[in-house]
Design a protein around this ligand. Sequence first.
Ligand SMILES: Cc1cc2nc3c(=O)[nH]c(=O)nc-3n(C[C@H](O)[C@H](O)[C@H](O)COP(=O)(O)OP(=O)(O)OC[C@H]3O[C@@H](n4cnc5c(N)ncnc54)[C@H](O)[C@@H]3O)c2cc1C
Length: 393
Amino acid sequence: MTSDLLLPADFFGYESLLPEPEQKDLLALREFLVAEVKPRVNAAWAAAEFPMDLIPRFAEADIVGRPYDWDGRPRASRLFTGFQAMELARVDPSISTFFGVHSGLAMGSVYVLGSEEQRQRWLPSMLRLDTIGAFGLTEPEGGSDVARGMRTTARRDGDGWVLNGAKRWIGNGTFADVVVVFARDVDDDQVKTFLVEKGTPGYTATKIEDKFALRTVQNADLTFTDCRIPAQNKLEGGNSFKDVNKVLKVTRGGVAWGGVGCQLGAYEVALAYAKERVQFGKPIGGFQLIQELLAQMLGNVTASMGMTVRLSQLQEEDALRDDQASLTKSYVTTRGRETVAWAREIVGGNGIVLDHDVIRFFNDAEALYSYEGTRQMNTLIVGRSITGLSAFV
Ligand SMILES: Cc1cc2nc3c(=O)[nH]c(=O)nc-3n(C[C@H](O)[C@H](O)[C@H](O)COP(=O)(O)OP(=O)(O)OC[C@H]3O[C@@H](n4cnc5c(N)ncnc54)[C@H](O)[C@@H]3O)c2cc1C
């Protein structure tokens, strides 16, 4: 096995907790990513373009939809889908975000909130990646407080609904065939869930340019102007913000696992560089100050992996609490910023050159730190839980 296919930073052997067939699946994924995706990621990141030609290969590699029981095939374990998100981010946090949005948030919304008919209509083609999904929750004026500040409206009109408003930051938004859109029903003030299809009159998607983290992810500003959609595109079970949280509960672990993968990718680059780069007549990895950084990075990776493994185990038992998920996401992505900065430092001046494979992780860690709940929001959730006092306004 080449070093690319080993996981030497799994210092406590967490991977061995997976049943053997899932270990094999993980190795197959690693082989695919190293052979076909890794060679592409820097160019895609530099160009800020998604490698669309890889999408059929992603479908063949059986990456999509593993968290769901579907069509006679039982879902994978939560631990496996966690490791899967980690492996994707270890190679490229942008690619892992693409899957987090499509397979997690968009398919998850249809799976969790859709009727049987709606699932049958959408999920098979989403599984094949013939239909790409996006998830439109955040708004230009509604980020952390989107639950109470949502301005996009939905109005029942005859046999359909009319949407008006805007969404911001929507991953896959420029090319998605279907976007899950959350909008406040003007009649009962509840947040409801809709599917808006590409090409619907009144719907526009504009790429957010000049973004310097997760550059390969195509984030978009969406607008809805008297955008009329048929009644069957309202997800049957999406009737309040509590329902949005049902989807986020399934996907939440994936962001933390992506944060582990981002650290892992950066750590591995730094370790390899430290062994090869010679200064003062010996590899820099032989200097105590460099070893101290490497050991701290490994500590961060190991602690982060320990939390995410336990998070997945709790998810498997359907026992994961929101405060546990919040602590894990904020801890892992905070340690992540530290780890990628140390990796960049070890690679010296070369650390800011894209080809040296570390500046991408450095920048991407910033987006992981802020999306799907900033550190502050998650901290407020943990703070409320441990003190019994809410510091939310
Ligand atoms: C690359 C990327 C991809 C994304 N993809 C998607 C997507 O696909 N779909 C989607 O719906 N959204 C997406 N998002 C949006 C993301 O979830 C939001 O950026 C995030 O929720 C934060 O919202 P905001 O950026 O508006 O920051 P704001 O909410 O404006 O916060 C700004 C700062 O103020 C802090 N803050 C806010 N309120 C408080 C408070 N009460 N106390 C202390 N501090 C506070 C925040 O923590 C943050 O540091 C994406 C974002 C990025 C960057």
